[in-house]
Design a protein around this ligand. Structure first.
Ligand SMILES: Nc1ncnc2c1ncn2[C@@H]1O[C@H](COP(=O)(O)OP(=O)(O)OP(=O)(O)O)[C@@H](O)[C@H]1O
Length: 233
């Protein structure tokens, strides 16, 4: 699913100094796995997510996701890759405030599907995340957890095999966050590959593997072999 090799990523900071954030990092994630990436603030977690999702192509090394080598793709091919292979979930939901939950989920629909098919699919996605009854509500009339569920439904709309999540419970209180974590566990059990950057122990505890970003590289912190079989409790 994900194969990254010898990734070097540098930023140029305000005074022109190069700062190396990823320093020869490699990563393999199998289809259907649930991986948490942890590490201190500023260690490069979001940077890593952007590279894996084809949002940033300015780095050295190779990234391959779902059989697609990202290096060398032009903007159009990258957009196609993002729209077919990955769903993104962000800490702050990124919903459009003046659209309903359903309309937010429908946002990616201009990449295919007829109107009626798209609507049915969006409704099914909202049902899947437990929000079928609230599909016509604007985000302002939904709780934080419900907003994140809408964002997850939108991320699932195009049928990606991989969800890339940046602090998906970071804006949620403990109880609401637990509900969203439970949803990720279910999606993982249904076969989705989930990679989530997180500060939260509850989120990393739910993952099958935990990787820590340390000095620009990923170090395996934990892998639960007994959970490797899909469908395990
Ligand atoms: N566009 C940019 N230009 C310059 N430096 C950047 C840029 N984006 C990120 N950085 C720097 O790169 C480092 C890694 O940032 P990144 O956002 O990937 O860290 P993070 O681990 O996700 O942090 P956090 O947990 O606080 O979100 C930080 O030191 C940050 O200041």
């Amino acid at each position: 699913m994900i194969r990254a090799r010898d990734i070097v990523k540098e930023y140029v900071d305000g005074d022109g100094t190069k700062v190396r954030v990823l320093d020869g990092m490699s990563l393999d994630v199998q289809d259907g796995d649930f991986v948490a990436v942890v590490g201190p603030s500023g260690s490069g977690k979001s940077t890593l997510l952007h590279l894996l999702g084809g949002l940033d192509v300015h780095y050295q090394g190779e990234v391959e996701v779902g059989g697609v080598k990202l290096r060398g793709l032009d903007d159009k091919a990258l957009a196609r890759f993002r729209n077919t292979h990955v769903g993104f979930v962000f800490q702050s939901f990124h919903l459009i405030p003046n659209l309903s939950a359903l309309e937010n989920v429908l946002l990616p629909s201009h990449f295919g599907a007829s109107r009626e098919d798209a609507r049915k699919r969006a409704e099914a996605m909202l049902e899947r995340v437990g929000l079928g009854a609230k599909k016509d509500r604007a985000p302002v009339r939904l709780s934080g957890g419900e907003r994140q569920r809408v964002a997850i439904a939108r991320a699932l709309f195009t049928g990606p095999k991989l969800l890339l999540c940046d602090e998906p419970t970071g804006n949620l209180d403990a109880a609401t966050g637990d509900g969203v974590i439970q949803l990720f566990k279910e999606l993982h059990r249904e076969g989705l590959t989930v990679l989530a950057v997180t500060h939260e122990d509850r989120m990393s505890a739910a993952a099958r593997r935990v990787l820590r970003l340390k000095e620009g590289r990923l170090v395996e912190e934990r892998a639960d072999l007994h959970l490797a079989t899909r469908g395990a409790p």
